[in-house]
Structure formats: structure tokens, C-alpha cells
Design a protein around this ligand. Structure first.
Ligand code: SAM
Length: 241
């Protein structure tokens, strides 16, 4: 009888992602949906300019990474994709679920440039769907002639999800005007709108009358919001303690 080949390999991070997303709730479900800005910082083992020589000639990168926050929860053969309202199951390999046998994710992000911060090489990126602190296990250029497949079928995720309108209370609008003047919050308004217009709520909530107070963490701010007539209203922006 055939024996299954034994394979084992230890994988170390080559970089750490720095993103405005400080908790899983609210992170876009795929890359490219929200124009969030961040960077990935090479780890000391690969911190050589030679390792990224030539990378600026690409506009986009593939990031392979570890869903490190979910590893301890293991995986299941089937999952309930939010796209199907949480009512139907698909096989784990038929979805982009974060609960996978090897816990590996992959995302295409835009590359803006290479900089050095405190001696560490950083690739400035945008459009990521990664939690702040996510370990990156590989970085590769996105190659359009081969990676972009225009007649590909997208299954349950053929089109981008519908967006929901987002407004600000007068308190939140004032806070935003104040914070937006500080350089670390550049583009804060478009980030909040981008994130909330994806409607981060779990699928089952969307079909119910929903009076819950929600919160997402962006940078060092807690953004509080709720639903008003099926639209999102931002109530308040509070510095995280
Ligand atoms: N584009 C990737 C892929 O297809 O492999 C990720 C898709 S996955 C559905 C995106 C979600 O992963 C985000 O909305 C966020 O909740 C979650 N996520 C991002 N970084 C994570 C991390 N380090 N650990 C666990 N979950 C993470």
C-alpha cells in the first residue's frame, strides 16, 4: 500500500504587519475593499535591502500570512460563510475562512514604497485585510499577466458586497474634525466610512431589528456606532485606554 509522504517544516515570520486594525471585528473580509494604509516590517533575519531589491517595480504584492489570532481554535471541515447569511455550510477549502488546517491567509495589497524606520526595512502598503501584528510568512510580487484571470468564476463571492450608507452624529463629526487635523489620523474619515460601509455585523444580525451598540478599533480609537433605519450612524470616537 502507498504510504502518505511525511512532510514537516518550521515556518518563521519574515515580517510583521502594521495596520490600523486593532481587533478582528470590523476588518474588511478581503483585501482591496478599504484603502487602509499601513506597512510590513521585515524581521531581523531577513532585514537586508538586498532581500527586497527590485520590489518597487511592482504595484502590488501577495502577502502570505498566518491567522495567528485564530490558531488556538483549530479548524472544522465545514464553515458558514457570512455571504450565505450564516445558514449554509461550505467546505473549508471552498472558502476563505480563517479557521484552516495550517492557518494560512493570502492577500493582494498595493505597494507604495520601501522605507527604513529605526534600521528596519518597511514596505508601505494599503488595502490590507490584516490585523495589526499579523505575522507575514512570505512576500511575492503580484504578476498581472498570470495572476489576473478576467473570466474566472467567483462562486458565492462573484461581486463585491453591497455597501451601506454611513453618517456621523454631530458629536462624532466634531471629534473627527478635531482628530483629522493630526497627522497620525490622516484619512481617518474615509477609513471609518470604508470600514463601516462594509457592514461588519455578523450575517444573522442583518435580517433583524438591531438596536445594539457596536464598536470597532481603528488606530488607538474606539469608534462607536449603531443602526438607524438600516443605515450606520457613528456616535462617538473615543481614545482607547
Ligand atoms: N484575504 C485573506 C485570505 O483570503 O486568505 C483573508 C481573508 S479572511 C476572511 C479576512 C479576515 O481575517 C478579516 O476580516 C479578519 O477578521 C481576519 N484576520 C485578519 N488578520 C487576522 C489574524 N492575524 N488572525 C486571525 N484573523 C485575522
Amino acid at each position: 500500500a502507498h504510504k502518505e509522504p511525511v512532510f514537516s517544516n518550521t515556518i518563521n515570520a519574515v515580517a510583521i504587519c502594521r495596520s490600523p486594525y486593532k481587533q478582528k471585528f470590523g476588518i474588511p473580509r478581503q483585501p482591496g475593499l478599504v484603502n487602509a494604509k499601513g506597512y510590513i516590517e521585515l524581521t531581523s533575519e531577513v532585514n537586508h535591502l538586498d532581500a527586497v531589491r527590485g520590489i518597487e517595480q511592482y504595484s502590488h504584492l501577495w502577502l502570505l500570512f498566518c491567522f495567528h489570532e485564530n490558531l488556538s481554535q483549530g479548524w472544522k471541515t465545514t464553515v458558514r460563510p457570512p455571504r450565505l447569511g450564516g445558514n449554509e455550510k461550505l467546505g473549508v477549502f471552498a472558502t476563505r475562512s480563517t479557521f484552516r488546517p495550517n492557518g494560512i491567509g493570502q492577500s493582494v495589497v498595493r505597494l507604495h514604497g520601501v522605507v527604513q524606520r529605526k534600521g528596519k526595512i518597511c514596505l508601505e502598503i494599503s488595502g490590507m485585510d490584516l490585523l495589526d501584528g499579523t505575522p507575514i510568512i512570505d512576500i511575492k510580487p503580484y504578476i498581472p499577466f498570470s495572476d489576473a484571470i478576467f473570466d474566472a468564476r467567483g462562486g458565492i463571492a462573484q461581486d463585491a458586497p453591497e455597501l451601506i450608507p454611513v453618517s456621523f452624529s454631530s458629536l462624532a463629526a466634531n471629534q473627527l474634525a478635531h482628530l483629522g487635523a493630526q497627522s497620525q489620523y490622516a484619512e481617518l474619515e474615509s477609513l471609518i466610512i470604508g470600514v463601516l460601509s462594509q457592514d461588519p455585523r455578523p450575517a444573522y444580525k442583518k435580517t433583524k431589528l438591531d438596536a445594539k451598540l457596536y464598536q470597532v478599533a481603528l488606530y488607538d480609537l474606539d469608534i462607536f456606532w449603531h443602526l438607524v433605519d438600516d443605515k450606520i450612524e457613528v456616535i462617538e470616537l473615543k481614545p482607547t485606554r
